[in-house]
Design a protein around this ligand. Structure first.
Ligand code: T1G
Length: 698
């Protein structure tokens, strides 16, 4: 949590040291400022190098300190940068690996900057709903040029150091150091030791031709791409200030923007999502250093939509896959679909031809279980019926080598039951991918009662390798995401019974920010899927009432896009959802048969019945230990169900709305005779949090 200091000859080397990424927390800022002052007072020292220990120069301000007094405790980041900039001896920032956010702003306050090639350079604050708040919007345009600086700040994306060093006229990097960075920085520092005046980025002028027109064009572009996210436009205005204002005035303008953004719910949501994604990879009772099993070869059972998509994830990560089917034509179809997906990417320029060929060379197919026994992981993606799973897992138990992980892609079936079909339940785990499996980031890792800890650790690490956001779920019907979406869908059905049209519900949900409303989603996924689940429910839970509208729709054969008719009508070959007269009439007749007089329902009621149904069911899941933490539930909905990122997930949204207000709203819903009063009783956890004045995620 500090900075180390050593003198080599006439050069002081200050090393930021706050693992894992040298976040510029209070202790580190204080130690760095003291070290600079120590070097300044040391008569032997002629020049100073600042660098970072471990795997980063610095990942920026310590986000964990935000909202606490430490974030602003002196020396705050501005003050540390000012200490560096006003030092009477030259300071060289020696940058490697990662230099982001406040870390780059500190480097910009130094007199010189040298970097190893391949260092990731970024001002990613915009991804946290912020803007660079320690001079980055004023110094980077001066050091790199206005347009490249604007692009970096508004996108937040990293750029390699050696590429930035090639920008004409830049002085962001005075030298790219091949070989040992510190040795190279020492050579450079000695060369500069007596050069005066010391160069300060703040003394440069930020210039851009046709400034007003340039920023107006940029405003239109950025504004169009950042609906619901206030930070990008604020970033742009701060960069414009670097051109239109004196440095100190620009810093003031930047500060105002930063403080304003820090208070926005969008930034709170984005910061929450940043930590939620990282927290999701941790399993309470599985230590981070649990040894993992080597996964060099994968087998996938089933070459259908899911099996093919799952296979692509591993091919994309360079892991060979053997795909197994029962019939050659199914295999051929599966391979053809994979080829078609890749060829589409090649056509769009998203995938190089040689990469495509390389990935296809990793794919093997077989009709025989004997050919997959040496795989380290096998994932079955066969028909969602327990009998079929049983026969597959009994086969796998026979042929798979000891220590192989046996995973099921089941979306609702009992993973404990599936594990019981084998003599190695400790090697069985659920890996629930979401369709399209090669696109959706979410992977629900379903932990059976007997699933071994190293199996979990292995799958969580593998998820990162195939670029999935893995969230651990316990075993229950629907795991986390689908169990919650069932309550969401029940509410959608009740809303139809009470007077809404499918398009009204969908529009309200989409205005709230969902990528797709419940009825368009049903038409896309296939309404017959929900139908099959409800038929099971009517037997298992006869007291759980549902709107019958969805059943009536399926009885009309309106399964959705695949039948060119669902909640909406569709023209052949098109996906545009057209409001359906037939559905409108069906709903009118259904309401009359139920004796329901349709009523006007506000968007707010629609959204809150949908979202708070998710929240209440999630509170039960947390209570039962199916989900480890509320932020995991948010990750499931942000990465698998199209929940708007700028709201942080259902649990974060409930916290922002206020849990007391959520419960008050639920009480109103419970009084609706056409709803489900029992469901709207606050889950015990939710009631407890309200009682204690606490929240799910803060
Ligand atoms: N502050 C606090 N913790 C951080 C952090 C940060 N800036 N960056 C990473 N961590 C933690 C992270 O939570 C995880 O913790 C561990 O480090 C490893 O992270 C005024 C206000 C740097 C590219 O936005 O992009 O400066 O889970 O798994 O894959 O203008 O972390 O192990 O407990 O991501 O090697 C701006 C955010 C801050 C950079 C490394 N900076 N970080 O990636 O490791 S705001 C950022 C990243 C700011 C100033 C403003 C990445 C990384 P744990 P990781 P990684």
């Amino acid at each position: 949590m500090t900075a180390t200091y050593e003198v080599r000859g006439t050069v002081a080397v200050i090393t930021l040291s706050n693992p894992p990424v040298n976040g510029l927390g209070y202790a580190t800022r204080k130690a760095a400022a003291e070290a600079i002052q120590r070097a300044e007072e040391d008569g032997e020292v002629k020049a100073i190098i600042i660098t970072g220990a471990g795997k980063a120069f610095s990942g920026g301000a310590d986000i964990k300190e935000f909202g606490t007094p430490k974030a602003l405790a002196e020396p705050n980041l501005h003050s540390l940068i000012s200490v560096a900039e006003n030092c009477s001896k030259p300071i060289v920032a020696a940058i490697h690996t990662v230099c982001m956010g406040g870390g780059l702003e500190l480097a910009l306050g130094c007199h010189y900057r040298v970097a190893a090639p391949g260092a990731k350079i970024a001002l990613p604050e915009v991804k946290l709903g912020l803007l660079p708040g320690a001079g980055g919007t004023q110094r980077l345009p001066r050091a790199l040029g206005v347009e490249p600086a604007l692009n970096m700040i508004v996108s937040g994306e990293p750029v390699n150091s050696e590429l930035l060093a090639m920008v004409p006229g830049q002085i962001l990097f005075n030298r790219i150091i091949e070989g040992d960075l510190i040795d190279g920085a020492m050579v450079f520092a000695k060369e500069m030791a007596d050069v005066r005046p010391l160069p300060k980025v703040r003394d440069l002028k930020a210039r851009v031709a046709n400034g007003e027109a340039f920023f107006q064009f940029a405003r239109n572009m950025v504004g169009g791409m950042s609906k619901n996210f206030p930070a990008p436009l604020r970033c742009l205005e701060a960069v414009a200030a670097s051109v239109n204002m004196k440095f100190d005035d620009g810093i003031k303008a930047e500060r105002e923007g930063f403080v304003a953004l820090m208070m926005t719910p969008e930034s709170k949501a984005l910061r929450h999502a940043f930590f939620a994604e990282r927290a999701a990879s941790k399993i309470g009772d599985v230590p981070d250093d649990t040894p993992v099993r080597k996964i060099a070869k994968v087998a996938v059972i089933g070459a259908g939509t899911m099996g093919g998509g799952i296979t692509m994830n591993f091919l994309n990560a360079g892991i060979p896959v053997t795909m197994l089917e029962t019939k050659q034509e199914a295999l051929d179809r599966g391979v053809a679909t994979i080829r078609k997906n890749y060829e589409a990417q090649v056509k769009k320029g998203k995938l190089k031809e040689e990469k495509y060929n390389e990935r296809m060379s990793l794919l093997a197919t077989t009709l025989s279980y004997d050919a997959i026994g040496d795989a380290d992981l096998v994932i079955e993606a066969v028909f969602e019926e327990l009998g079929v799973k049983e026969s597959v897992f009994k086969q796998l138990d026979k042929v798979m080598k000891p220590g192989a992980i046996l995973a099921s892609n089941t979306s609702t079936l009992d993973v404990n039951k599936i594990a019981s079909f084998t003599d190695r339940p400790q090697d069985v785990v659920g890996m629930h991918f979401f369709s399209p499996a090669n696109v959706m980031k979410l992977l629900e890792v379903v932990r059976g009662e007997k699933t071994a800890k190293d199996v979990l650790a292995t799958v969580m690490q593998l998820a990162k390798k195939i670029r999935k956001t893995a969230v651990v779920s316990g075993v229950c019907d629907g795991f986390i995401g689908n169990r919650m979406i069932e309550q969401y869908s029940r509410q959608a059905g009740f809303l139809l019974d009470e007077g809404c049209s499918p398009q009204q519900v969908d529009k309200a949900a989409e205005r709230f920010g969902f990528a797709m409303g419940p009825f368009r989603m049903g038409d896309l996924a296939g309404n017959d899927i929900g139908w099959a689940i409800r038929k099971r429910r009517y037997v298992e839970k006869p007291n759980l009432n549902y709107s019958k509208s969805a059943d009536l729709l399926c009885e009309m054969g309106r399964y959705g896009q695949k039948t060119q008719a669902g909640w909406y009508d569709y023209q052949a070959g098109k996906r545009d959802a057209i409001p359906s007269k037939a559905v409108e009439q069906m709903l009118e007749m259904h309401r009359a048969a139920q004796g329901i007089t349709p009523r006007q329902i506000t968007d707010e009621e629609i959204v809150h019945r949908l979202v708070f149904a998710l929240v209440n069911e999630a509170a039960h899941l947390l209570e039962e230990g199916i989900a480890q933490r509320a932020s995991d539930v948010d990750m499931v909905y942000l990465t698998g169900y199209g929940f708007p990122l700028w709201r942080g997930g259902p649990m974060c949204y409930a916290d922002t709305f206020g849990l007391y207000n959520v419960v008050q709203t639920m009480k109103r819903f419970a009084r609706n005779p056409h709803d489900d009063a029992n469901f709207w009783q606050p889950a015990p956890l939710l009631a407890r949090l309200v009682e204690q004045g606490k929240s799910f995620t803060e």
